[in-house]
Ligand binder design. Sequence first.
Ligand SMILES: [Zn+2]
Length: 252
Amino acid sequence: MAIARNELLDYLNQQLNVGRINDFCPNGLQVEGKENIQQIVTGVTASQALLDQAVSVGADAVLVHHGYFWKNEAAPVTGMKQRRIKTLLQHNINLLAYHLPLDVHAQFGNNAQLARLMGWSTQGTADPNDPACALMLGGCSEISSDGLKAQLEERLQRPLTCYVAKPGKLTRLAWCTGGGQGFIDKAAALGVDGFITGEVSEQTVHSAREQGIAFFAAGHHATERYGVKALGQHLQQQFDLQVQFIDIDNPA
Ligand SMILES: [Zn+2]
């Protein structure tokens, strides 16, 4: 089956509450290609490697979490940016990107999907009045911080990039997939035992040690594989499309 691009976009924009979320990039159609879409490649980032794979499988659209045209990015279409956009235009491939809407969605969000993968319960976000709040709160069954580290490494299939242990057992958790390390002080103030995100900064480690909170940097890419993958699987069922998730590994 094929679907009209505009019908697919209307569906996605509505499902993902795009109109209610302020973001640092345009969400939805970023580069226009074919009018009808039958085959979709999903991935974390619209890198050249992902685009090349999309071309080789004959995709009509690429659906990603990290697209282009970020606030503060240089506007000229030159160099790496030119090559990526040229690849899409030459092959008439649509680029669909959803950033924050695909972090915070209750079902397809990266935060919700990480909780699902890890078996954590979710209690909503730190700010229920903000539709873009990406700091999730929830819990796990009693586990030591070493135990949670091992579990994260096993389920995400990669070593943590940074880890700060806390004595005793953890039950209350906060998490934000991707580059969410700036939320650590908010998480500590909310009284959680452990905070999980993708990346780490130098000051994150001091925040964790001095506020007695366990900290896990599990990889920006690794924690953000699951939202777009789940969304793609949903589209496959909903519209009878051919969808494949392609993981272009990234150690960061
Ligand atoms: Zn991200």
